[in-house]
Write a protein that binds this ligand. Structure first.
Ligand SMILES: Cc1cc2nc3c(=O)[nH]c(=O)nc-3n(C[C@H](O)[C@H](O)[C@H](O)COP(=O)(O)OP(=O)(O)OC[C@H]3O[C@@H](n4cnc5c(N)ncnc54)[C@H](O)[C@@H]3O)c2cc1C
Ligand code: FES
Length: 283
């Protein structure tokens, strides 16, 4: 079975949104889950979070950043093209419950998985304060969408081109030091950002959830590729997660395992670029 790309657009440089026709996945999807796709028979399997889904129209939205060979190859595809595999929904859904005030923190392309959670928390009556951040204004995604599903939206950019000049963690700390009682924090972004959020919230004893992104292969708990250390125990992020309590996560191990295949990934990208032809936009 092939999965048709029904819409494709670039959100900011190197970050793209695609709607993929996959009615069964859309019907079963919940915030926090992900899919694994393969472009063609020879393709690598890559996991991407379900950024949104439309049960009536039968499509699933993915938002991805160009990183290496597969995401660059995907970025060159257009509406009407088809993917070989689109498997999901995988992983445990986020535990969305009515608890009071929830702070959702999204960094870079991590704003995409935060969006459906913000909407779901708000729909059942929580107060949602969202904090989104990027290196600069031109790399900030889904600002209008996040605004629409948040009671309050705070923006941080590393260079100060929009909102707070600094990191999302500064805004998290300001909120924690303020008068409002915060009941839960959900942070999704690069591991270094999630580790920093975990460090900031730790002394405050506020439940903090992060979504881990280790290397995944099968996505079904069989290969062991996605193993992470949670509170001293080995867990498989694809079936036990991807969300975990931040205070239990060994972020240093996660980050060192993410770079295990860097040499092979670089070689694969170089080979891909050589075969690209004159119109190559991979650089
Ligand atoms: C549960 C989960 C959800 C994710 N959701 C998103 C998302 O919504 N948007 C997004 O842009 N990215 C997401 N990622 C990361 C995305 O899977 C990688 O960027 C992608 O696999 C890179 O593949 P590549 O061939 O382009 O790059 P490569 O050159 O192969 O790798 C670049 C880097 O991406 C990571 N990576 C490579 N292969 C994998 C793999 N099989 N599984 C996980 N990470 C890998 C490694 O850190 C690697 O160093 C998610 C990862 C996980 C585990
Ligand atoms: S990806 Fe294979 S066990 Fe999780």
């Amino acid at each position: 079975m092939a999965y048709k790309i029904v819409e494709k657009r670039q959100l900011v440089p190197d970050v793209h949104l695609m709607n993929i026709e996959a009615p069964d996945v859309a019907a079963a999807a919940k915030p926090g889950q992900f899919i694994i796709l393969r472009i063609d028979e020879e393709g690598e399997r890559i996991p991407l979070t379900i950024a949104d889904y439309d049960v009536d129209e039968g499509f699933v939205t993915i938002i991805f950043q160009e990183m290496g060979k597969t995401t660059k190859q995907l970025a060159k595809m257009a509406a009407g093209d088809e993917l070989q595999d689109f498997v999901g929904p995988l992983g445990k859904a986020s535990e969305i419950e009515k608890i009071g005030t929830v702070v959702l923190v999204g960094g870079g392309v991590g704003i995409a998985p935060v969006y459906p959670q913000a909407r779901a928390y708000r729909e059942i009556g929580n107060k949602v304060i969202s904090i989104i951040g990027a290196r600069n204004e031109s790399l900030l995604i889904l600002e209008d969408e996040m605004n629409a599903v948040s009671d309050e939206l705070l923006v941080a950019t590393d260079d100060g081109s929009k909102g707070h000049h600094g990191f999302v963690t500064d805004l998290v700390k300001e909120l924690l030091d303020g008068d409002e009682k915060i009941d839960r924090i959900v942070a999704i972004g690069p591991p270094i950002m999630m580790r920093a959020v975990a460090g900031v919230t730790d002394p405050y004893d506020v439940e903090t959830i992060v979504s881990l992104n280790p290397i995944m292969v099968d996505g079904t708990g069989m290969c062991g590729g996605c193993r992470v250390n949670i509170g001293g125990e080995t867990k498989f992020a694809c079936v036990d997660g991807p969300e975990f309590n931040a205070k239990d996560v060994d972020f240093n191990l996660l980050m060192s395992r993410l770079s295990l295949y860097r040499k092979e990934e670089m070689e694969s990208l170089e080979t891909y670029k050589k075969g690209c032809g004159d119109d190559c936009k991979c650089q």
